[in-house]
Design a protein around this ligand. Structure first.
Ligand code: GLU
Length: 424
């Protein structure tokens, strides 16, 4: 990337933009400005230092966060990420997205987010376990199945949730599965939770294509990211008979105009940890992947990937945000001017928290659903939410920005709850 492009990328940020969309919704829907005040900053924000005994015998301190953004709709809810780029600001912005996401998809949860500054790939399994347990020892008193319910996020998984739930159980002196979601099925997780974000993203993409009369069978689908979300999105599209023409991870990308052999590629990733070394297509860089000639682009990795530096080169007709905050406002504007349709994160990736809600319900009931039941309910609620948002946009937001419609829809719900609870 050119130096000046790098500078542009640095300055742009998709975080903090939610504030502007909330303000716009509040004004357009003529809501009280107190709604904006409630939503533009978190109710509680905690920063911790976690001492971890490392394998070499010494102790290292890790910085951690939990932001409880808003709980007007129910207990705070949102993932915990382990990533070197975690900051107080990014966790706060992500917690705000969770408040909106939960309101939009219709689960009785508020929004929260957590994070630890670390590179989990450089930690041994035992160090990761001690870090996960340390996080809960420090913050457990702020959590609870009716208070704040974490889940996996970037570089955390079901195993991390299992350690955390175990640690919480020791503090609470009873195993309490409903305090965390995204657990392994063996210790109270839900079938279908692991791939729920991706499955939800598939349903939303399918409904969008239908709405715009675009034949999905002809689509060339490009996916940025091959982790928990991106890899499963690829698997689901491939399984349904659609063509994934490119995918990438930190080791670079692969492209095949007739479609990649996704099951073989994912098997290779499972064994080696990376796409690198798989020979089923032409090697491309992650930057090239974003600007490939394609119909549907699904950013499923990090924030701030579609920026002013590359937006003019992006050719996709549909951009479906499986990641949180992958598009900067400037990029969104450029895409919009070209007529591209953008399906925003709070709608496109809400399948994850929706399935978390199913898990929490099952934990409370002590009665576990089969996979068919989980997937059926997921599809029904995702499809209904998609159309409700679209309809809301047509009636109340005039314009064709699905992001604006999604924010309006969520903010209206939050405002109604605030009014009933006497917060306004
Ligand atoms: N980390 C996921 C998200 O950003 C899931 C959160 C949850 O299930 O609580 O939506």
């Amino acid at each position: 990337m050119e130096k000046d492009q790098l500078a542009v990328k640095k300055k742009e940020n998709s975080f903090g933009v939610a504030d502007q969309w909330i303000r716009r919704s509040v004004e357009r829907l003529r809501l009280s400005s107190v709604v904006y005040e409630h939503l533009n900053r978190p109710m509680r924000s905690v920063e911790i230092s976690i001492p971890v005994k490392m394998d070499h015998g010494g102790v290292e301190l890790f910085r951690g966060y939990r932001v409880q953004h808003n709980n007007v709709l129910g207990p705070f809810k949102g993932g915990i990420r382990f990533h070197p780029a975690v900051t107080a600001e990014s966790v706060t912005a992500l917690s705000q997205l969770m408040t909106l996401k939960c309101a939009l998809i219709g689960v009785p949860f508020g929004g929260g987010k957590g994070g630890v500054v670390c590179d989990p790939h450089k930690l041994s399994l035992l160090e990761k376990e001690r870090l996960s347990r340390g996080y809960i020892r420090s913050l457990g008193f702020l959590l609870g199945p009716d208070v704040d319910i974490p889940a996996p996020d970037l570089f955390t998984d079901a195993q991390v949730m299992a350690w955390m739930a175990d640690e919480y159980g020791q503090l609470a002196r009873q195993y309490t599965p409903g305090v965390l979601t995204g657990k392994p099925v063996e210790v109270g997780g839900s079938l279908g939770r692991r791939e729920a974000t991706s499955r939800g993203c598939f349903y939303v993409t399918r409904e969008t294509a239908k709405l715009y009369n675009f034949p999905l069978e002809e689509a060339r689908i490009v996916i940025q990211g091959c982790g928990n979300v991106g890899g499963q999105v690829a698997r689901i599209f491939h399984k349904q008979g659609y063509r994934v023409t490119a995918i990438c991870d930190i080791s670079g990308g692969l492209y095949h105009p007739d479609g990649l052999d996704i099951p073989a590629l994912l098997e290779h990733v499972r064994k080696t940890g990376l796409i690198e070394g798989f020979s089923g297509g032409e090697k491309i860089s992650s930057e090239e992947l974003l600007t490939l000639d394609c119909d549907i682009l699904i950013p499923a990795a990090l924030e701030n990937q579609l920026t002013a530096a590359n937006a003019a080169e992006i050719k996709a007709r549909f951009v479906v945000e499986a990641a949180n905050g992958p598009t900067t406002p400037r990029a969104e504007q450029i895409l919009g001017e070209r007529g591209a349709v953008l399906v925003p994160d709070i709608l496109a990736n809400s399948g994850g928290v929706l399935a978390s809600y199913f898990e929490w319900v099952q934990n409370r009931q002590g009665y576990y659903w089969d996979l068919e039941q989980v997937n059926r309910r997921l599809e029904k609620m995702m499809v209904e939410a998609f159309h409700a948002v679209y309809q809301f946009g047509r009636e109340k937001c005039g314009g064709d920005s699905i992001r604006e419609a999604a924010y309006g829809f969520a903010v209206q719900r939050l405002a109604e709850a605030m009014r009933y609870r006497g917060w306004l």
